[in-house]
Write a protein that binds this ligand. Structure first.
Ligand SMILES: *[C@@H]1O[C@H](CO)[C@@H](O)[C@H](O)[C@H]1NC(C)=O
Ligand SMILES: *[C@@H]1O[C@H](CO)[C@@H](O)[C@H](O)[C@H]1NC(C)=O
Ligand SMILES: *[C@@H]1O[C@H](CO)[C@@H](O)[C@H](O)[C@H]1NC(C)=O
Ligand SMILES: *[C@@H]1O[C@H](CO)[C@@H](O)[C@H](O)[C@H]1NC(C)=O
Ligand SMILES: *[C@@H]1O[C@H](CO)[C@@H](O)[C@H](O)[C@H]1NC(C)=O
Ligand SMILES: *[C@@H]1O[C@H](CO)[C@@H](O)[C@H](O)[C@H]1NC(C)=O
Ligand SMILES: *[C@@H]1O[C@H](CO)[C@@H](O)[C@H](O)[C@H]1NC(C)=O
Length: 730
C-alpha cells in the first residue's frame, strides 16, 4: 500500500494511474462499514470500477479534499464533499460517526465535514455506487431508501441519473455550482439551476446576474432553444405536485457522459465513447442543447401534472405572445411546429391586406349580406318613420357639411392631426362658432371602415354618459366618412401613464378617479344603456381625457350591441388589441361583457403600475404585467406594483383594492370574472370583502431569451422565417 500523498492533476496523470493500478491490487471495496476508515491513499471503488472515492489535493494547492472521480480519469473530479472546508494537510479520516453520519475528521479529530443526515441510523454503512452516487444506508437495506446521498448535493457535475431541481415537498433545490478556479474546488459564482417562479426554466447565473436562461417551459422544450437530435441519452423531466426536476439517463451503459458548469460561465457536455481514452466536448455553450432535447419527444419521458399548458406537436395547444414577435426561433424540420398568428386587422400593414381579405373572404361575404340586410332594415325603419331622404335623420344625428369640416380642420392639415386610429386619422378642428371638435376621418381605402363607421355612428349616437366620449355629428359625402366628436384637450390615458415625464401629472387620486370613471362608463355600456354594448377594444389609448382629466371611453369602431338573452357571441373576425384581449376571445373568438371586463382588468393594472401589459419586462421572469402582478399578489407584495412616480402619495388600501379587483377581472375563465356592476361596487366600497383571485389568464405567454449568444450555427433567431397566417376562429 502506498502512502504517498495523492496529488490529482493532469500533469500527474500517469503517476495517478500507476497509483490506481497499485490500489486495484489492494482490492478496494465499495463499502465503508462503521468501524472502518478511509485515510489518504485508501479509496472506495464502485463495484463496476467506474468511480473512486478518496482524498485528493489539486495541483499547486496545499488543501485536501474528499472527492469522487472517474476511476479511469482521476483528474476528472465529479463530486467534492468538503468544498467549503478543506483540510490543511493530508492527515484526515473519513468514517462513520457513532450516530451514523458520514464524517470527515482532521488531524485533531475535529469534524471538518458531515453528511448531517436528519435520520439517525447507528448501524449505517456508506457505499459508492456504480452511478457515482455515494450513499449512506442501513447495513442490510438493499432498497433505495437512502439515509443520505451525494446526488442530493451536486458539485459542478451532473452525472446520469442525478436529479437537478426541486423537491417541492421540502423546498430543497439541487443545482450545479462551478469550482472557484482550476485548482480550487470551493464553490464559485457560476450556478446552473431550475427556477420555478412561474413556469420552470433553466437559468445560468454568475453571482446573482443571469447570464443565460432557456425561456419558460412550453411543454416540449424550453422555448427559445434549439433541439438537436440525440442518441446518447434520454431526458427525463418531471413536474408534478411533489417534484420538479430534470435528469438524463444514458441509452447504453457503454456511454459515459457528464454535464458540468465551468467557472468561465459555460456548460460543458462531455462524452467518452466506448474504447476512447479521452473526453470529447460535445457542447460548450451557455446552455446545453442536449438538455432541452425533446423532453416530451421521441426518446424523452416527461411527467407533468401540475400545469395545464401542454403544448405538443399535432395537438391544439396555444401559445400566446403579447409582445412583439422578437424571439421566434427556427427549429430543425422534424421538430417543426406551425405558428398561427392572430392579429388585429387594424395592425395588419397595407401589403398584407390582400391576404386578410382572401382569408376572411367567406366571413366578409356573410358580412356584406348582413350589412345589406341591416341597410334594408334601416330603410324599412326610416320609411315607417317617414323620415326625409336625409341620411342623418336615420341615425338621429346632426349631419355636418363637408365644407364646414374642411374649413374647421384647415383642409385636414397635418398640423391639425391629433391621432391615428385603426381606421383613420383624427384631426382637431375649430368650428366657426369657436367650438373645438375632433374629426375622425376614415381612410377611404379601408374596406372595413364603412361597416365600422355605420356601426359606430348608430351605436354611439344613442349613448349618453359622462364617461363616454360624445359624438356631435357625422359627415358623409362621396367616399368621405367622418365622425365629429367633442374635443378632448388632454389626449388619451396612454399619453400620460406610459410617459416617464407626464405620468407624474396623474397623481394616485386622479388615477383612481380615472379607473372609477372608466368602470362606470363600462357599466353603462354593459347594463344601463338603451342598447347593451360590448366595446371589444378597451385600452389605454381609447380612454380620452377632458380638460379636468375625466376619462371618456372612445372608439366604438368594433363595438357590438347584444341581445339581453345572449350571454356570449362568437365571431370569425377576431379584432382587438394584444395585451387586452381575453383568452376566450383571442383563442375562440367568443366575446361577452366579460371580455370587456378582462380588458378593464388589464387597464386597471396598467393604471396602477404605469406599465404596459404588452411590453412589460422583468429581469426575473418572462411574465407579462398580469403574471407579475399575480406573483407579487401571491407573495403579499402587491404594493410593489405601484408606479414609482405616484408612490409618494398613494392610498394603500385603494391601491391594494385596485390590484385585487384587477386580478379578479383578468381571471382565465370568464365566469370567474366579476360583472362591471360588482367591479364598481368593489372599487368604491372600502372594506368590502373581495373573493380570492386565481391565476390570471395569459400570463406566461411570452417566450424570450434576452441574453442570447448562440454558439452553434443551427440555432438562429428569425423574424422573417415566420409564416404569418391570419387564423380564422373556429
Ligand atoms: C466495531 O467496534 C466495536 C467496538 O469498538 C465492536 O464492538 C464492534 O463489534 C465492531 N463492529 C464491527 C463490524 O467490526
Ligand atoms: C503552479 O504554480 C507555479 C508557481 O506559482 C506556476 O508557475 C504554475 O503555472 C502553476 N501551475 C498550475 C497548473 O496552476
Ligand atoms: C498535519 O497537521 C497536523 C497538525 O497541524 C500534524 O499533527 C500532522 O502531523 C500533519 N500531517 C502531515 C501528514 O503533515
Ligand atoms: C480540526 O477541526 C477543528 C474543528 O473544525 C478545528 O477547530 C481545528 O483547528 C482543526 N485542526 C486542525 C489541525 O486543522
Ligand atoms: C452540519 O450541521 C452543522 C450544525 O447544524 C453545521 O454547522 C454544518 O455546517 C453542517 N455541515 C454540512 C456539511 O452541512
Ligand atoms: C423529497 O423529500 C421528501 C422528504 O424528505 C422525501 O420523502 C422524498 O423522497 C423526496 N423526493 C425526492 C424526489 O427526492
Ligand atoms: C471552460 O471551458 C472553456 C471551453 O471549453 C475552456 O477553454 C476553459 O479552459 C474552461 N475553463 C476552466 C476553468 O476549466
Amino acid at each position: 500500500m502506498s502512502y504517498k500523498p495523492m496529488k490529482i492533476h493532469p500533469s500527474l496523470f500517469f503517476h495517478t494511474v500507476f497509483l490506481s493500478l497499485l490500489l486495484k491490487f489492494c482490492s478496494a471495496l465499495d463499502i465503508l462499514t462503521s468501524n472502518a476508515t478511509i485515510t489518504n491513499g485508501k479509496t472506495l471503488v464502485s463495484l463496476g470500477q467506474s468511480f473512486e472515492l478518496g482524498f485528493f489535493s489539486p495541483s499547486n494547492s496545499s488543501k485536501w479534499y474528499i472527492g469522487i472521480w472517474y476511476k479511469k480519469f482521476p483528474e476528472v473530479i465529479v463530486w467534492v464533499a468538503n468544498r467549503e472546508n478543506p483540510l490543511g494537510n493530508s492527515s484526515g479520516v473519513l468514517t462513520i460517526s457513532p450516530d451514523g453520519d458520514l464524517v470527515l475528521l482532521n488531524a485533531t479529530t475535529g469534524v471538518v465535514w458531515s453528511s448531517n443526515s436528519s435520520r439517525i441510523e447507528p448501524a449505517s454503512v456508506a457505499q459508492l455506487l456504480e452511478s457515482g452516487n455515494l450513499v449512506l444506508k442501513r447495513k442490510d437495506d438493499n432498497t433505495e431508501n437512502y439515509i443520505w446521498q451525494s446526488f442530493d448535493f451536486p458539485s459542478d457535475t451532473l452525472l446520469p441519473g442525478m436529479k437537478m431541481g426541486w423537491n417541492l415537498s421540502t423546498g430543497a433545490n439541487r443545482y450545479l455550482t462551478s469550482w472557484k478556479g482550476n485548482n480550487d474546488p470551493s464553490p464559485g459564482d457560476i450556478t446552473y439551476r431550475i427556477d420555478h417562479l412561474g413556469m420552470p426554466q433553466f437559468v445560468l447565473r454568475k453571482g446573482s446576474e443571469k447570464i443565460f436562461r432557456t425561456g419558460p417551459w412550453n411543454g416540449i422544450r424550453f422555448s427559445g432553444t434549439g433541439v438537436p437530435s440525440n442518441i446518447l441519452f434520454k431526458v427525463i423531466f418531471v413536474y408534478d405536485k411533489k417534484d420538479l426536476y430534470y435528469k438524463y439517463e444514458v441509452s447504453d451503459d457503454s456511454i459515459i457522459t457528464r454535464l458540468a458548469v465551468n467557472q468561465s460561465g459555460l456548460l460543458q457536455r462531455l462524452v467518452l465513447n466506448k474504447g476512447d481514452s479521452s473526453w470529447t466536448t460535445l457542447y460548450s455553450s451557455q446552455n446545453d442543447p442536449c438538455d432541452e432535447y425533446g423532453v416530451c419527444g421521441a426518446n424523452g419521458i416527461c411527467k407533468i401534472s401540475s400545469r395545464p399548458i401542454y403544448i405538443r406537436k399535432g395537438s391544439g395547444g396555444c401559445f400566446m405572445w403579447f409582445g412583439d414577435l422578437i424571439d421566434i426561433r427556427e427549429f430543425s424540420e422534424d421538430n417543426e411546429q406551425d405558428i398561427y398568428i392572430r392579429m388585429p386587422a387594424s395592425e395588419l400593414g397595407h401589403s398584407k391586406k390582400t391576404k386578410l381579405v382572401l382569408i376572411t373572404g367567406v366571413s366578409s361575404l356573410s358580412g356584406i349580406l348582413i350589412l345589406c340586410f341591416m341597410l334594408w332594415c334601416l330603410i324599412q325603419k326610416s320609411k315607417r318613420k317617414r323620415a326625409s331622404e336625409n341620411k342623418g335623420k336615420d341615425i338621429e344625428l346632426p349631419l355636418f357639411d363637408l365644407n364646414i369640416i374642411t374649413t374647421a380642420t384647415r383642409n385636414f392639415s397635418l398640423t391639425n392631426m391629433i391621432g391615428e386610429g385603426g381606421f383613420g386619422i383624427v384631426y382637431k378642428g375649430t368650428l366657426s362658432t369657436g367650438q373645438q371638435v375632433a374629426v375622425k376621418r376614415l381612410s377611404k381605402n379601408s374596406g372595413q371602415g364603412i361597416q365600422e363607421f355605420k356601426n359606430e355612428v348608430m351605436l354611439i349616437a344613442k349613448l349618453q354618459h359622462r364617461n363616454l366620449v360624445r359624438l356631435l355629428g357625422c359627415c358623409f359625402e362621396g367616399d368621405e366618412r367622418m365622425l365629429i366628436y367633442e374635443y378632448m384637450p388632454n389626449k388619451s390615458l396612454d399619453y400620460f401613464i406610459f410617459d416617464q415625464d407626464r405620468k407624474a401629472l396623474l397623481t394616485w387620486q386622479k388615477r383612481f378617479e380615472v379607473a372609477m370613471g372608466i368602470s362606470r362608463g363600462l357599466l353603462y355600456l354593459h347594463q344601463d344603456s338603451r342598447l347593451r354594448i360590448i366595446h371589444r377594444d378597451l385600452k389605454a389609448s381609447n380612454i380620452l381625457l377632458d380638460c379636468d382629466l375625466n376619462p371618456k371611453i372612445s372608439d366604438f369602431g368594433i363595438a357590438r350591441s347584444f341581445d339581453e338573452d345572449l350571454t356570449e357571441i362568437k365571431t370569425k373576425r377576431v379584432i382587438g388589441t394584444y395585451g387586452y384581449m381575453s383568452p376566450e376571445y383571442a383563442v375562440d373568438g367568443k366575446y361577452s361583457v366579460k371580455s370587456d371586463v378582462f380588458s378593464f382588468g388589464v387597464l386597471l393594472l396598467e393604471i396602477v403600475s404605469g406599465k404596459k401589459n404588452r411590453s412589460f419586462h422583468h429581469p426575473d421572469h418572462h411574465h407579462n404585467l398580469l403574471g407579475h402582478a399575480w406573483l407579487l399578489f401571491k407573495e403579499g407584495k402587491a404594493l410593489e406594483l405601484v408606479d414609482h412616480i405616484s408612490e409618494l402619495s398613494f392610498v394603500e388600501s385603494q391601491v391594494l383594492r385596485c390590484i385585487h379587483v384587477g386580478l379578479l377581472c383578468v381571471q382565465k375563465l370568464s365566469q370567474d370574472r366579476p360583472t362591471m356592476a360588482s367591479v364598481v361596487v368593489m372599487l368604491s366600497k372600502e372594506g368590502e370583502a373581495l373573493p380570492q383571485p386565481k391565476e390570471p389568464g395569459f400570463f406566461v405567454e411570452r417566450s424570450c431569451t434576452e441574453t442570447e449568444t448562440s454558439t452553434s450555427g443551427e440555432r438562429r433567431i428569425t423574424q422573417n422565417g415566420v409564416t404569418i397566417t391570419v387564423l380564422e376562429a373556429r
